[in-house]
Design a binder for this molecule. Sequence first.
Ligand code: ARG
Length: 462
Amino acid sequence: MEKMWAGRFLKTLDKKADDFNSSIRFDCRMYAQDIRGSIAHATMLESVGILSKADKELIVNGLQEIKKDIDEGKLPFDLNAEDIHMFIEAELTKRIGDAGKRLHTARSRNDQVALDIRLYLRDEAKEIIALVKAVVVAIVDKAEENAEVIAPGYTHLQRAQPISFGHQLMAYAMMLLRDIGRIQDAVKRMNYSPLGSCALAGTTYRTDRAFVAKELGFDGITENSIDGVSDRDFCLELMSAFSVLMMHLSRLSEEIILWSSWEFKFIELDDSYTTGSSIMPQKKNPDMAELIRGKTGRVYGNLMALLTTLKGLPLAYNKDMQEDKEAIFDSIDTVKMCLEVLAPMLATMKVNAETTYRAAQKGFINATDLADYLVKKGMPFRAAYKIVGTIVADCIAKDCVLDTYPIEEYKKHSELFDADLYEEISLKTCVEKRLSEGGASPASVKKQIERVRAEILKTELM
Ligand code: ARG
């Protein structure tokens, strides 16, 4: 296929160099956005009198036909085309003749590609937000089911204080709400049209950039043509937001992996989200959670790759920037896949309330509450803390827990102890008493659930 820029050259491009240079293998996925952008551009050119009405109509119809043919699989991408922009323009000219050659007036591939990526990412960001929401809904539903389930809360991965299991789950809902906010913020800054920046310096034609911006649903236009074509901050911002999101998914996955081990047995994953072993018949492995944890690395990697690509690039466009696409596309695909398996995996996960309760009983996690019992009867906290420490040591020696330590024994440590202490340190009381705002009680969990559900409804309207 003859290059559009062939006029200046005496020789054709070396085959390997041509393949090396070509991006259609991956940028073909932006065909719909490329066509949308070209239709807006042609419409603008006609509105300012650069294109005739007849040419504009030929172009718009031609582009719509091409879109339809690609959608329906009737028009395969020509891998010899340099990129999706060249492919569509060449195809258009093949179909409508000279009018097709007028489309690229007052435009360059540099502003065209900058526009296409923004349009593409805006579309994808919307889909990703919907998928994050689906995970939040799964978490909130699971938290509601398990609001009354008592479990140990941890610090240093050591049993620390008793909590509602729903409370731990809701922590992840809060993280994901912030992730939605971060993606929305990135989209806000991305939503400016670079079209009309042309190669780097704008154009001598009297174009109407605001018209194109409005036509394509942007909030305005980029204000410096050099910045318009060299800026890829919006890719970086989105990839940063995805990296934080993946970090959250990875932490949740890590807990799912731990909780589903025989050592914990806090949860059981549904068969449809686990795999077996080729040799060990008893195995049920949490592969999906492990993969989410594992894929977090590549999403971070893509962010680092593009940061490194852009570092040190002189203004304006450089071909290095073609490297933006595979990085951001891979991050998008990865994030979507992870979210798509995570939501149903959480929805079908079973929580074992007996095991979490037993685990909460064993680690003396009501020791703080026992100290508080003495404090409420007038003892200074430090003194109470010391006495409870001695009692814990005695329990360990006698192989019992605070709940089964006899009252006569308690009384040897302090005459402030009475039989009502058992009620006071029962796990149920300990959890239900944690009524401070955002605390671990079932009542607090229910409040959080309400808040998050309302927030999700609100983002629906955006
Ligand atoms: N395929 C190129 C990219 O993705 C499009 C822009 C090419 N511009 C140029 N002047 N060679 O970056």
